[in-house]
Design a protein around this ligand. Sequence first.
Ligand SMILES: Cc1ncc(COP(=O)(O)O)c(C=O)c1O
Length: 280
Amino acid sequence: MPLDEVRVSVLDRAFLFGDAVYEAIRIYEGRLFLIDRHLARLRRSLNELGIVCDVDRLYARLLDTISASKAKSAMAYLQVTRGADSNRSHAFPPAEVRPNELIWIQEYTSADPYQARRHQGVAVITHADLRWARRDIKTVNLLGNCLAAEAAHQAGAYEAILYEADGRVTEGSHTSVFAVKQGKLLTTPGGTQILPGVTRGFVFDLARKYGIPFEERTFFKDDIPTVDELFLTGTTTEVLGIITVDGRPVGAGSVGPVTLTLADAYKKAVTSWLEEKASE
Ligand SMILES: Cc1ncc(COP(=O)(O)O)c(C=O)c1O
């Protein structure tokens, strides 16, 4: 149905408590990229919060919705809320309250909305990580992310890199962060302090394939001036080079060679996956 006709109760727990999980999946040529990884993460988010949802059925509906939309280059947004009870009560509602599900296909006007920025790179700021202690769950509780993203926007930057009270870098407001130091990729170790980014995991695979060493190792805000390259990864962002942090250049001040290699490798992986799918 048209998006502006969709109605949700004000009693829905996503509205009242941010009690919902979501996934954003990239669609290339009408096909869902890395879908198994996204569905696995969705299942995990649902399990961690005890929201009961038949993900196989949701996936079937997602495929139908994509066909109906005829979208080629797009983002699929899935959200599952704990549902709407008859009143506002913090504790979970009885089992007969069913989850609400949203499947939303957001079409892009181009094959790659980030095309220009991919070569130029982007500016980022640093911002305190104000979020809760279970950032590994992909919930719609995103106020800490929104405050940081707005600060970046106000500063004319693309993204905010978040850091803990002791200075350790976690991730971006809606992306994962990688540093390159002496040819090696460094990124925040997996755990409850970051979202297990699907693209982050895919970049590990690409690094293995292209012989680029990588390590899940904590790095600090104060380490940023010493790194050679910095880049962001995300489902829509793919691999995006950072050229300034808080107005100061990163490395040589342009998108570095390792970042360019991985950004190109990502594109090639999508192309060969599409070729494979087309011949099936
Ligand atoms: C906080 C956060 N970190 C990282 C990511 C990147 O994750 P993915 O690569 O799965 O899109 C996102 C994406 O929305 C995010 O919100």
